[in-house]
Design a binder for this molecule. Sequence first.
Ligand code: PLP
Length: 400
Amino acid sequence: MASASTSALVPTYARAPIAFERGEGAWLVADNGERYLDFGAGIAVNALGHAHPHLVEALTTQAQKIWHTSNLFQIPDGERLGRRLVDATFADVAFFANSGAEANEAAIKMARKYHAVGGHPERYRIVTFEGAFHGRTLATIAAGGQAKYIEGFGPKVDGFDQVPAGDFEALDAVIGPETAALMIEPIQGEGGVRAIDNDVLRRLRAICDERGLLLIFDEIQTGVGRTGKFFAHEWTGVAPDIMTVAKGIGGGFPLGVCLATTEAARGLTAGTHGTTFGGNPLAMAVGNAVIDVILADGFLEQVQRTGLLLKQRLAALVDRHPRVFTEIRGQGLMLGLKLNVLNTDFAAAARAQKLLVIPAGDNVVRLLPPLIITEDDVAQAVERLDAAASTLEAQVRGAA
Ligand SMILES: *Cc1c(COP(=O)(O)O)cnc(C)c1O
């Protein structure tokens, strides 16, 4: 029965009591007129901020032509976006999906099929790493390995083994004749902005090469300029065989992609995998528009400069409030503040200062601002973080 006072939505989210009506750049305006500085970007999604004119233009122009045709027909803008992604990365081919989890499902299926068509259907297991997050489908919760996401949803999907990142003894022990691939985020996002050492990634690459395994990078959060390179692994000199991308690539339009070498994708022939919505003309128009901006001359260098500035200002902030902050993590505009106070309390205190930040694992809050933020946005964010920290300190003192 309908009820006016309670939500008709399944309460899977503890939502903050704010609804945003519109946005411009790094700013959001709530339906009561309050303005918030958005350093969450819808969890690293609004890479170009809100209502970016180039994206609005691409979406509205496309909306008047054609929205959806299915993948039974040619989609020229999808061919174009695929070509541009391939030209700018290690990859040879792209598979478009609608979300991160679906991109990871494609990656998992691709890795299994690669071995199956190579005469080794028994090689289906994938090794993942503690603290990982790969999505919320049945297979990707099994890949992520977090009990709180797995429990109560029936038997855990078989085929995933997890070890601590950097524990090469454990890794060696778990890799067996059934192992197909290793899957890792170069910087764990939901896990608390925890960077995997370059040296660890290099060793994973070497192990994959020695043992005939595929290396999968989940760059759903780290990709599309977030760390100041097009993809985070470019900082490391290590390339994967398969990489998944979502969040930022649609700039707010649901879009995911699984990129791979021709070799890694060899099993996914006509009819073996599919999607109704993935790669539709609306999504492809927006994806191309996002890439226009991200890959324009100087854009990524600007992200690097802004990221450095923000990190420097945060370092001073951490020094000023040692009772609240313990350290800064991350790269570019994917930064984390590890806290002495509860991260959800800190996020609420920041929200009271009209600044949006995002809690993550390991008692961290993430700063994932739109990549287009200005020096002034950085200054305002740090001011608001400072004020939030001061309120929490006052509360701690008040309680003592
Ligand atoms: C967000 C995220 C996902 C899941 O993406 P969805 O679009 O929510 O399905 C997977 N992996 C990583 C690293 C992510 O940050």
